[in-house]
Design a protein around this ligand. Structure first.
Ligand code: PMP
Length: 377
């Protein structure tokens, strides 16, 4: 099997699985219980949270555990809008966000909040002047992803933060950093809130994080029997939290070395596919090498993906969450509907081998030729 859909999800690392296994077996108490077993579980959570906060450069009470980035995005955007609705009714997002952000925006729209979509240039970079002009006194929040999930475009969060805070110091800045963690160094201090999902960094599925600066106030989305001020009540998933700490620690190691290797694989694929008639490489100067997006002029992406599956090669379409749709990201960058409805995402990992890429390319050519001959017949 050749897995090339690492941006959709990653296989759990066995080291991480060990932490999960150990915590499940040895820490059976509910961390909210007063007895010794509860205290032991609570201590494990404290030590995992301490480790995570050190790795991300935050304080411990700035980490909120969620079920994944979708929930973190919901908590950040809806939680901020509810908490600050007396101050304003306006939020701004980019046109390169994950579909979960747009769904949240639609929901906020139905509650009476106004959403503006900031323009980007032809390389996918957020248009600073447009952003500036859209920020108003009543703008509660701006949300811009660190790395776009389809084209891998990296946004300059520090500069964006400066623009936002200069225009309106009260406007909060959230970033969906789901595709950034484990691929590039992340600095959560560039933003007020950041979303993460652990299954993107060789961690377990079902756990995410929201970093929320202590200076920021948001409302909880879930009500439950917890202490005052807890933003995500309920019994904390002790083994998932222990595994999260391990996944982050391993995930952010050796990023430069991993990136150099992945860049070579990316360049090899591009150099071989770029000259092929009917293939367009969707990549800009801001794309990170881990995510390589291409459009096939004459072949439906789902047809191609299933044909590759016959060789046990697994690729992605737009995003795992919206397979087959017109890609709003490709539309925002290239303004070309054909290109946007025929995308394939090849996502690479430091676990990918040169041999896998050789076999992938061989099979790619065979499948491409076969499917193309069916189109022209
Ligand atoms: N944001 C981005 C940028 C993503 O790539 C994803 C996963 N496709 C999500 C949010 C949603 O993450 P999860 O499925 O863990 O909720």
């Amino acid at each position: 099997m050749i897995y090339l859909d690492y941006s959709a999800t990653t296989p759990i690392s066995f080291d991480v699985l060990d932490s999960y296994d150990k915590a499940s077996k040895e820490f059976i108490g509910n961390p909210n219980s007063l007895h010794g077993l509860g205290v032991k579980s609570k201590e494990l959570i404290s030590s995992a949270t301490k480790q995570i906060s050190e790795l991300l450069g935050t304080t411990e009470n700035e980490i909120i555990y969620t079920s994944g980035a979708t929930e973190s995005n919901n908590l950040a955007l809806i939680g901020a809008c509810i908490a600050h609705r007396k101050r304003g009714n306006h939020i701004i997002v980019s046109k390169l966000e994950h579909p979960s952000i747009y769904k949240i925006c639609d929901y906020l729209g139905s509650l009476g909040f106004e959403v503006s979509y900031v323009q980007n240039d032809r390389d996918g970079l957020v248009d600073f002047e447009d952003l500036k002009s859209k920020i108003r006194p009543e703008t509660i929040l701006v949300s811009i992803c660190a790395i776009n999930s389809e084209l891998g475009i990296r946004e300059p969060l520090k500069m964006i933060r400066q623009i936002i805070k200069k225009e309106n110091p009260n406007t909060l800045f959230h970033s969906d950093m789901t595709q950034a963690l484990g691929k590039i160094p992340v600095n959560v201090r560039d933003v007020d809130m950041a979303s993460f999902s652990l299954h993107k960094v060789y961690g377990p599925k079902g756990i995410g994080l929201l970093y929320k600066s202590n200076l920021v106030r948001i409302s909880p989305l879930i009500q439950g029997s917890s202490k005052e001020g807890v933003l995500r009540p309920g019994t904390p998933p002790v083994p998932l939290i222990a595994a999260a700490a391990k996944a982050i620690r391993l995930g952010i190691q050796d990023l430069d070395r991993k990136e150099t290797f992945i860049r070579k694989l990316n360049e090899r694929i591009v150099s071989e596919l770029e000259p092929v008639e009917g293939i367009i490489i969707n990549s800009t100067k801001y794309s990170i090498p881990h995510i390589l997006n291409i459009s096939l002029k004459n072949i439906k992406p789902e047809t191609f993906i299933h044909a590759m599956e016959e060789y046990e090669i697994y690729l992605g379409t737009n995003t795992a969450c919206a397979s087959g749709d017109v890609s709003s990201t490709i539309m925002a960058v290239y303004e070309d509907e054909n290109r946007a409805s025929s995308t394939i995402r090849i996502s690479l990992s430091y676990l990918t081998t040169t041999e896998e890429i050789n076999r992938f390319l061989n099979c790619f050519h065979i499948v491409y030729k076969r499917l193309n001959s069916l189109v022209t017949e």
